[in-house]
Design a protein around this ligand. Structure first.
Ligand SMILES: C[S@@+](CC[C@H](N)C(=O)[O-])C[C@H]1O[C@@H](n2cnc3c(N)ncnc32)[C@H](O)[C@@H]1O
Length: 469
């Protein structure tokens, strides 16, 4: 049941459009996924015709799927071939990364990032270049975010679990782009999420608006002059949409709303903020959303950056005196035996810098800021566990690599029993040279196996195992 006060406000807001808006609640919600360009190009996926897909007009790699498709239960999901995401929710990150060739020279912050829809979309546009800081305030949600970053094979992201205030103490005018996908009253998700509907109240709308003000102030101080800030919500409440942006612009005259082209079906924002964007469920194939694209006065200096409380993270290089203790020789030995072609230089070359957290070895993104004092779940690409004389590669590394990057692969067809057994932790008989194998599904990397004595030992992480049959 939709709350009465909510309906009255919507009727006042929408006038003659109100009946069409109400009718949208009788239509089943639209479902969509975003193909992961890190895993392969769209055309080769579409040629497989696994699902009936149709383009989402405003998002590169975004496609509607039908009720008959069950992409969440397909092995491709575990291989990070796509991310299931509500179609309207694909708009904010599309605007954040508009006109960006790739992530070279970019330092991007996703401030309210879990479970990772926007972060994984931003990372796709960055194509492995530059640095992405994906932050989430709630520890349990930050863990899910980190798992999704891993599943999508993202190598240039740092996942943090901080409040916006703590991050703002650390980074001043540092980021080139910031995404604020704010916690909100969720009115746009009533069709998708009944809980949002039950928890709705006018007091909560006010509470959300106050919280949005605080989050936006932190974002403002972290954005470099000339940088872009995209603010989004999944609510219709003007106090949290044009209201939050209007209050923000009053507090921050150094910001202005950028005029951006509207995609098919999108509408202008209300009142004076008509240059911002509304996505209405009765006007396009998606849920309710609001997007504001803001720019901070100034010019982005090439390679320049603002203040970082603790400076940059240099990490360890292979030749550093401390590298033996960090397990880097063990990793390099593994890399020499496992990687093929350019992968050796890319993942274990002279330019690589490493960090060790306990026994866990990471390759940090280029130009990584120091994260000293911050709660960090993932300081870059997790390479694996380095123990004396032994290296065990991580699941994240498997998902980042491609079949051509390694000497040994074992490909399992997506419609077969074996891949389902593998994802459920089963070992299986196999012939070949002893050692680490990248297990792929129809060519898409999925995890590790270790072959010895005619048996492929399963290294699919225990916590991720599932029955898909
Ligand atoms: C709309 S959701 C983010 C969805 C995410 N961007 C995505 O695309 O998958 C908003 C997030 O803000 C977080 N949040 C809640 N309170 C917050 C606060 N005070 N500061 C920052 N983030 C907060 C929530 O835990 C939630 O994960």
């Amino acid at each position: 049941m939709l709350p009465q006060e909510f309906l009255e406000r919507m009727e006042n807001m929408l006038g003659e459009e109100y009946p069409a808006f109400l009718k949208s609640y009788d239509i089943a919600r639209y479902q969509a996924l975003r193909l992961n360009p890190q895993k392969g190009d769209d055309a080769s996926f579409l040629n497989r015709m696994v699902f009936s897909l149709e383009r989402v007009p405003w998002a590169e790699h975004g496609y509607y799927y039908t009720a008959q498709d069950t992409p969440g239960k397909h092995p491709y999901h575990e291989a990070g071939v796509y991310y299931i995401q509500e179609p309207s929710a694909m708009a904010p990150a599309a605007y954040l990364t508009q006109q960006m060739a790739d992530g070279a020279g970019e330092r991007i912050l996703d401030l309210c990032a879990a479970p990772g829809g926007k972060s994984t979309q931003i990372a796709a546009a960055m194509a492995g270049r530059g640095i992405l800081i994906s932050n989430e305030i709630h520890p349990a949600r930050a863990k899910i975010l980190s798992e999704n970053i891993e599943r999508m094979g993202i190598a240039n992201a740092v996942v943090t679990n901080e409040t916006p205030q703590r991050l703002a103490e650390h980074f001043s005018e540092y980021f080139t782009r910031i995404m604020v996908d704010a916690p909100c009253s969720g009115e746009g998700m009533f069709r998708k999420n009944e809980e949002a509907c039950e928890q709705w109240s006018t007091q909560n709308v006010e509470l959300c608006a106050d919280r949005q003000d605080e989050i936006l102030d932190c974002a403002a101080s972290m954005l470099a002059g000339g940088g872009r800030l995209v603010y989004s919500t999944c609510t219709f409440a003007p106090a949290e949409d044009e209201g939050s942006i209007g209050r923000f612009l009053e507090r921050h005259p150094e910001f202005y709303v950028e005029e951006v082209p509207l995609a098919e079906g999108m509408s202008h924002g209300l009142g004076e903020l008509s240059a911002t964007i509304r996505l209405w469920p009765h006007k396009l194939r998606g849920e309710g959303h609001y997007v504001a694209v803001l720019r901070k006065e100034g010019t982005l200096a090439d390679g320049g950056s603002g203040l970082l409380k603790n400076g940059y993270e240099n990490g360890l290089a292979a030749g550093d005196s401390k590298s033996a203790a960090a397990g880097i020789p063990e990793y390099l030995a593994f890399a020499g035996e496992t990687f093929a072609g350019d992968a050796l230089e890319k993942y274990a070359g002279r330019e690589c810098r490493y960090l060790k957290f306990g026994e866990q070895l990471y390759r940090i993104p280029e130009g990584m800021p120091s994260v000293k004092g911050l709660k960090v779940l993932r300081p870059g690409l997790h390479l694996g566990t380095a123990k004396k004389g032994r290296f065990e590669p991580s699941h994240a590394l498997a998902l980042t690599l491609h079949a051509a990057d390694v000497l040994h692969t074992m490909d399992l067809p997506s419609d077969g029993r074996e891949i389902r057994g593998y994802l459920n932790g089963e070992t299986f008989p196999a012939q070949g040279e002893k050692g680490w194998y990248l297990i792929t599904v129809d060519g898409y990397s999925t995890g590790w196996g270790k072959l010895a004595g005619g048996i492929m030992k399963n290294h699919y992480p225990k916590g991720l195992r599932k029955r898909l049959y």
